[in-house]
Design a protein around this ligand. Structure first.
Ligand SMILES: Nc1ncnc2c1ncn2[C@@H]1O[C@H](COP(=O)(O)OP(=O)(O)OP(=O)(O)O)[C@@H](O)[C@H]1O
Ligand SMILES: [Mg+2]
Length: 366
């Protein structure tokens, strides 16, 4: 398997992190410490290095550079291991430019590694916001399918254009709408097909993952509520045309794949309506781990898995199951917690490496 794992990491001027060297294990790394000391910042540094962006929304350079630092330059140095070979990889970035070096040579493209960030708040957002669910599905399909991203972009532009034509109104918009609907139905057909393929592949992994980690006796699956599933292009086109009067009155495209939603079913019941917070979190974590398995299946590689304090709402048996699941996997994990009891469970993992962080400094490791 072609996995890139981070072996060493050192940052300068990155948020509150001090200039220490983190010597990671290829397996499980536990990042421990009290609130506000730099655990999430460390995960962000790894994510930034591997994905060329932060996982935090609307974060720009000025928020990432140390506010007390005199030098407005962030440097992240690292060593990655791939296929038993070591590679040095570093990043030097300022408000005006960014340079990346692979084995001391200037590197334009991204490192062929990636990381997945598991955020405790995302479970809540996933269960409460259809916009978040749509965005999640679109993002994760796009990560492995650049064609999907391209068509999605075109589709979104066409919907915008259609809405501007609808809101502008006028007598002769039918011909214009016909031409737009021709394109929109073409894009809708392809995107719906690709979404369905993605969900079908995910469901191969999501059920077994949910069962093994969290809940032996329950079934989980994710499904799409799209009305266009299995429709051909002609039928989709006719549908959009049929909507013209309604859409003209409201000045907006009322129905289409831009409004598609996804449903988590636990034993056939809608998890958004029936499940407890703990069950919702288990369902969301199963979705992420299923994605990671799908990633391995497609690319013969695992991403680095960054898990930021997911202990809330889960009971101790679920923590133990989660730890056991992680121990049985080949991917590299960096997992944080400020919860002392969960921290004690993590400390028990025999082959894991532990990092204790205080005020952005590595105070101890083992
Ligand atoms: N640009 C910056 N420069 C200096 N310090 C920063 C910067 N951005 C954030 N911080 C500091 O980093 C600290 C937060 O770090 P982080 O979010 O990694 O904490 P944490 O250990 O994950 O805490 P928790 O357990 O509460 O999640 C805060 O004290 C914050 O003030
Ligand atoms: Mg944190």
């Amino acid at each position: 398997m072609n996995c890139w794992k981070v072996k060493k990491l050192q940052t300068q001027n990155f948020r509150n992190l001090k200039d220490c060297v983190f010597d990671f294990s290829p397996g499980i790394n536990c990042i421990l410490g009290r609130n506000g000391n730099g655990k999430t910042n460390l995960l962000e540094a790894v994510f930034y290095l591997t994905n060329k962006k932060s996982f935090r929304k609307n974060t720009d350079y000025s928020q990432m550079v140390n506010i007390e630092g005199e030098n407005p330059e962030i440097i992240i140095k690292s060593v990655f291991e791939n296929d038993e070979q070591l590679h040095s990889y570093s990043l030097r970035t300022s408000p005006t430019h960014e340079e990346r070096f692979l084995n001391n040579k200037l590197e334009k493209s991204k490192l062929p590694s990636s990381s997945v960030f598991v955020n405790p708040f995302d479970s809540y957002h996933f269960h409460t916001s259809s916009t978040f669910r749509r965005h999640w599905v679109d993002t994760y399909i796009s990560l492995g399918d650049s064609e999907y991203r391209k068509i999605l972009n075109r589709f979104q532009k066409s919907i915008k254009f259609r809405n501007s034509v609808l809101s502008f109104g006028g007598k002769n918009i039918t011909d214009q709408l016909k031409a737009i609907d021709e394109q929109i139905s073409e894009y809708s057909y392809t995107l719906t097909k690709k979404r369905l393929e993605f969900l079908t592949s995910l469901n191969q992994f999501i059920g077994p993952t949910f069962k093994s980690i969290f809940s032996g006796e329950h079934q989980l699956e994710i499904i799409s509520d799209s009305m266009f599933l299995h429709w051909d292009k002609k039928r989709i086109f006719d549908f959009y045309r049929h909507q013209e009067d309604l859409d003209t009155k409201s000045g907006i495209t009322q129905v289409g794949i831009h409004r598609d939603d996804y449903i988590f079913n636990v034993d056939g019941l809608n998890a958004f309506e029936f499940c407890s917070l703990g069950q919702q979190k288990m369902a969301f974590l199963s979705l992420i781990f299923a994605y990671i398995e799908l990633f391995r299946y497609k690319f013969n590689s695992y991403p680095i898995v960054l898990i930021d304090d997911v202990s809330g709402e889960l009971d101790s048996q679920r923590w133990k199951n989660l730890i056991q699941y992680l121990q049985n996997k080949d991917f590299q994990v960096l997992i944080t917690t400020a919860n002392e009891i969960f921290g004690k469970e993590l400390e028990k993992i025999p082959a894991s490496r532990k990092f204790y962080i205080e005020h952005g400094t590595l105070i101890n490791h083992g």
